[in-house]
Design a protein around this ligand. Structure first.
Ligand code: FES
Length: 230
């Protein structure tokens, strides 16, 4: 199978270029397996991965034009030549590895942890099964960045727009019956950029490898903000 992979070493290359590789494919191989085979031919190719199971989120990349995780992308599903670029809109460290600092900055900014002001109970901070169910589809995010880096609003304003991944997590805590920082969280998202730069383009939900729906979460935040303002 033929692969065209974007290469770029900022220290030695003027601009990115595509390099061609050929890999012998066996049934059941994932794209990550092809990278491992390519690295046996050319160890200079830089790819980031860890779990190989769609859990760590470190191998997000743009595969034939769509963001995804190489470890859970079957080669059988890909058109040849398989063209792979780094995820768009992020500074390239080398080849397919991008600098995720802005992404993590936006994630940290939504305070992705429970804020509870009342004295903590001795044992557990309980939640009804119904309230727990409200977190399904929110907590499963693995922070791969496929969604935010597929979002044009995030490309143009990565320093101002929180982006779909961070906003999904903002809603994950707003929706949590144990969290007591609703006003603080909503205040923090006020303004034309942080939340409202989402124009419902929906690239995020189309590329999420966990089938999560940041667009829907953003809609819930907007509705809650409206409710709180009247
Ligand atoms: Fe961990 Fe792909 S290597 S998600």
């Amino acid at each position: 199978m033929r692969f065209l992979i974007q290469r770029f070493n900022p220290e030695t290359d003027e601009k990115p270029y595509l390099q061609e590789y050929e890999v012998e494919v066996t049934p059941g191989m994932m794209l990550l397996d092809a990278f491992k085979a390519i690295k046996e031919q050319d160890e200079s190719l830089a790819v980031r991965y860890s779990c190989g199971e769609g859990v760590c989120g470190s191998d997000a990349m743009n595969i034939n034009g769509t963001n995804g995780l190489s470890c859970i992308t079957p080669l059988a599903d890909l058109k040849e030549p398989v063209t792979v670029h780094p995820v768009p809109g992020m500074p390239i460290i080398r080849d397919l590895i991008v600098d995720m600092s802005t992404f993590y900055h936006q994630y940290r900014a939504v305070k992705p942890y429970l804020i509870h002001h009342d004295p903590m109970p001795e044992t557990e901070l309980l939640q009804s099964p119904e309230d727990r169910d409200k977190l399904d589809g929110l907590y499963e995010c693995i922070l791969c960045g496929c969604c935010s880096t597929a979002c044009p609003s995030f490309w143009w304003n990565p320093d101002k727009f929180r982006g779909p991944a961070a906003l999904l997590q903002a809603w994950r805590f707003l929706a949590d019956s144990r969290d007591q920082a609703t006003a603080l969280r909503l205040d923090e998202l006020e303004g034309p950029y942080r939340l409202f730069r989402c124009h419902t383009i929906m690239n995020c939900m189309n590329v999420c490898p966990k089938q999560l729906n940041p667009t829907e979460a953003i809609g819930h935040i907007k509705k809650l903000m409206l409710k709180h303002s009247i």
